[in-house]
Design a protein around this ligand. Structure first.
Ligand code: AMP
Ligand code: MG
Length: 331
């Protein structure tokens, strides 16, 4: 049974998070489904609990701007916005630092990371006690509305999570504004609690990239691997491999196929949560190792069962395997 924790029991919530358990907590926007962002298995459990059929990058929550900026590289604009709106409902997408402590799965394998300092006193207190970044999407099942009370969360996620920290109803009830600062021009990825006009007053004009336009752009481009929201390895990927060629690196699930010269095992025992936690690190490692050793033309991926987290793993592998526009140029 999910524990409904009172604010006085906040230390228990912090201890559960540090132990890799999932704990929902109130923010000023909506209830977040929190996990230790440095723990890949805990992050995988978030996707599992939400029942998301794909991995999308999660926002990482911090107690202070200083802690956030230890994981990502802020520029002038980010510093100005943090000073003006943090703590508050504004998430900034910034480049990950090389030494970023957040697990790759939390950022869906990207070189960028969305960070924010929430304004809710209980959330801030929790983040201070956890003393680690906490990855937290809205605490609802995939495709359903975001919860604004602890009771909503229990109805949505019930037995799937260890605890809900009950801080009463969320004051904003609207998600955080998501702003991409990784390019020369700031781009609004999602309107939310901080109005874009207020952001423009602080840093000047902001480009709009509303979800409908982004979806349309991705359909036209037909290059999921190249879009900013998808990570894909440099080497082409072959799916559902049942044997492996000498010039193929192997992404294994379960006992590795015989004969592979370069292997990353997602999970020897066939555990989907472990596989999800090791997916992006594995694609990056195989890419880098194959380039370093030379003589590899492709990554062969063994089949992953299409249920639970396997759906999201297969979605990402299928995107990575899709033809890309520059394939022709590479001959
Ligand atoms: P949620 O976790 O449900 O609040 O949604 C998080 C939102 O932030 C989604 O729209 C994500 O696509 C977006 N987001 C998070 N991280 C990134 C990132 N690194 N790049 C682009 N968008 C991001
Ligand atoms: Mg959501």
């Amino acid at each position: 049974m999910t524990a409904l924790l009172r604010p006085e029991e906040i230390d228990r919530a912090a201890a559960l998070l540090r132990a890799g358990e999932l704990v929902a907590f109130p923010t000023e926007t909506v209830y977040g489904l929190g996990a230790d962002a440095r723990n890949g298995r805990a992050v995988a459990a978030v996707f599992e609990a939400k029942g998301r059929p794909h991995f999308n990058p999660l926002i990482c929550h911090y107690a202070t701007a200083e802690a956030a900026f230890a994981d990502v590289r802020p520029d002038e604009r980010a510093r100005a916005l943090a000073a003006a709106f943090w703590p508050g409902p504004l998430s900034l997408v910034l480049p990950r630092r090389a030494e970023c402590s957040v697990d790759l799965l939390a950022g869906a394998g990207l070189d960028t990371l969305a960070v924010r300092v929430p304004a809710h006193p209980l959330a801030l207190d929790l983040l201070r006690r956890v003393d680690r970044p906490v990855a937290a999407p809205s605490a609802n099942r995939s495709g359903r509305v975001s919860p604004t009370t602890a009771q909503d969360v229990v109805e949505e996620l019930g037995r799937r999570i260890a605890a809900v920290l009950d801080g009463g109803p969320c004051p904003v009830g609207l998600e955080s504004t998501v702003l991409d600062l990784t390019g020369a021009g700031a781009v609004l990825l999602r309107p939310g609690g901080v109005p874009v006009e207020a952001i423009e007053a602080a840093i000047g004009p902001v480009g709009r990239a509303l979800p409908a336009e982004r979806a349309a752009a991705s359909a036209t481009l037909r290059s999921p691997g190249l879009l900013v929201s998808h990570y894909a390895p440099a080497l082409p990927l072959r799916l559902n491999a049942t044997e492996v060629a000498p010039d193929e690196a192997l992404l294994a699930f379960g006992p590795p196929l015989p004969g592979a010269r370069l292997v990353w095992s997602l999970s020897d025992s066939g555990d989907l949560r472990e596989a999800a936690a090791r997916l992006f690190a594995g694609l990056r490692w195989l890419d880098a190792e194959a380039a370093r050793r030379g003589g590899f033309r492709r990554i062969a991926a063994m089949p992953v069962p299409a249920h639970g987290l396997g759906l999201a793993i297969n979605d990402r592998l299928a995107r990575a395997a899709a033809p890309r526009p520059d394939d022709a140029a590479q001959g």
